[in-house]
Design a protein around this ligand. Structure first.
Ligand SMILES: [Cu+2]
Length: 128
């Protein structure tokens, strides 16, 4: 419970404190797993943005940034992960062929919204 509240506050701060470059740029409004969450094993990561995305110009990659018992884990791009804009037009869905192993991960995303500018960002979480 305490963790969920902390995660919610962190998520809220992240949204509030993100500098606004221009009002029209897409930004992440929700994510599953949530930002910095310790999530159960999954094959799917979903980032939902504040506006509709241009599917052809919007994609993400998944990078493993840490593994239990392995110090100085170099960021490793995960093979077998695809990304796609969902039917709602606002969610970018990453799907892994295999359930993600225990460790820490970072999504590197790049999307294009209504104003045609490319916007990039990252989203971090861990799998327990
Ligand atoms: Cu723009």
């Amino acid at each position: 419970m305490r963790f969920k509240i902390t995660a919610a506050i962190i998520a809220l701060l992240g949204v509030t404190l993100t500098p606004t470059v221009a009002l029209a740029h897409p930004k992440v409004v929700s994510a599953k797993p949530a930002p910095n969450a310790k999530a159960a094993r999954t094959k799917v990561v979903t980032l939902t943005f504040s506006e509709r995305l241009t599917p052809k110009m919007s994609a993400a990659t998944l990078v493993m940034t840490g593994m239990p018992g392995m110090a100085n884990h170099a960021p490793m791009k995960m093979a077998g992960v695809t990304s796609k804009v969902a039917a709602n037009g606002k969610s970018l869905v990453l799907t892994s062929a295999k359930p993600l192993a225990t460790g820490t991960y970072r999504v590197d995303w790049a999307v294009v919204g209504a104003d045609a500018h490319r916007v990039t960002g990252t989203h971090s979480f861990s799998i327990t």
